[in-house]
Design a protein around this ligand. Structure first.
Ligand code: ADP
Length: 288
């Protein structure tokens, strides 16, 4: 399936939560370092009332996945696209916004702030715009620290936490602002396997509560199938969506990823995605 065909899942009359219209991004245009990261990327993620979709994105390294995510975040290093339009609920993206939260692979907390101060940071920054009082900030920050399981650690500094705990802080910092769109760029790839599985389960459970739309880049097919409602497979760069899988089996709330991984329908879905990934790998353009 080409990216041109992934317009919408047609289940909602509302404007799409996210729409990429013919988006291209060329880095360093007109120089020897010119690089086409995205070319005519088209997709739509519908607004499903009372529920957001979880989209897991896979693809070869360097195919433009992070460029796509960072454009959607509106980060100035990449924004605007070279051509095309990015719309959020029908409105063009103009830059970063509180409606989108990002969780990176690298631990992104401020080293000189405690867990509580880190989680409260975004609320403090936006207190006037959003009308947060001091008690709102403290109560909601503590609530999210509890939800990510760090209540015993709120006065610690990032260097006093494990990698998994630091990613919990990053999640709480993002989720406390209740973004409608959560963007995650390989959020668990620096973690050891047991911590990674624990985080996968926690994020799936939390996401069901926050009802946000999630786009998560991962290099793990198993992780994509466990977490995603839909899985997108990008082609080699310049990136476009080569294949979409929207019949991914869903885990019940609280189900451990290893239990899900043992189920036949899960293994079949993983095999289907892996086969398509291998086809893309075979089609790798020869340089030179
Ligand atoms: P992925 O996330 O799929 O690994 P990226 O979006 O990071 O891929 O990169 C896509 C392409 O754009 C790559 O060829 C990469 O080298 C290039 N690229 C990414 N960021 C920059 C940048 N700041 N300047 C120049 N080229 C870049």
């Amino acid at each position: 399936m080409s990216s041109e065909e992934i317009k919408t899942n047609k289940s909602s009359p509302l404007p799409a939560v996210v729409e990429f219209r013919d988006v291209s991004k060329v880095w360093n245009p007109g120089t020897p370092g010119e690089c086409k990261a995205l070319e005519h990327l088209n997709f739509c993620i519908d607004d499903l009332p009372g529920k957001g979709e979880f989209i897991a994105v896979l693809g070869p390294s360097g195919c433009g996945k992070s460029t796509m995510l960072n454009l959607l975040a509106g980060f100035h290093e990449v924004f605007p696209p070279t051509s095309g339009e990015i719309l959020l609920r029908g409105e063009p993206v103009k830059g970063p916004g509180i409606d989108r939260g990002m969780v990176f692979q690298k631990y992104s907390s401020f080293p000189h702030l405690t867990v509580l101060q880190n989680v409260a940071f975004g609320m403090r920054l936006n207190r006037e715009k959003m009308g947060f009082s001091n008690s709102d900030i403290l109560d909601q920050s503590r609530e999210w620290i509890k939800k990510v399981g760090l209540e015993a650690h709120e006065n610690k500094y990032p260097h006093q936490l494990s990698g998994g705990q630091q990613q919990r802080v990053a999640l709480a910092r993002t989720l406390v602002l209740k973004p409608r769109i959560i963007l995650m760029d390989e959020p668990f790839s620096a973690l050891d396997e047991p911590t990674r599985l624990e985080m996968q389960r926690m994020v799936v459970d939390l996401w069901e509560k926050v009802e946000a739309t999630v786009i998560m880049i991962t290099h793990s097919i198993v992780e994509a199938v466990f977490m995603g409602d839909r899985v997108w497979l990008f082609s080699h760069g310049p990136g476009r969506i080569e294949k979409e899988f929207n019949d991914i089996p869903k885990a019940d709330t609280g189900l451990h990823p290893l239990v899900m991984q043992g189920r036949k329908e899960f293994q079949e879905a993983v095999e289907k995605v892996a086969t398509a990934f291998r086809e893309i790998e075979k089609a790798k353009p020869v340089k030179g």
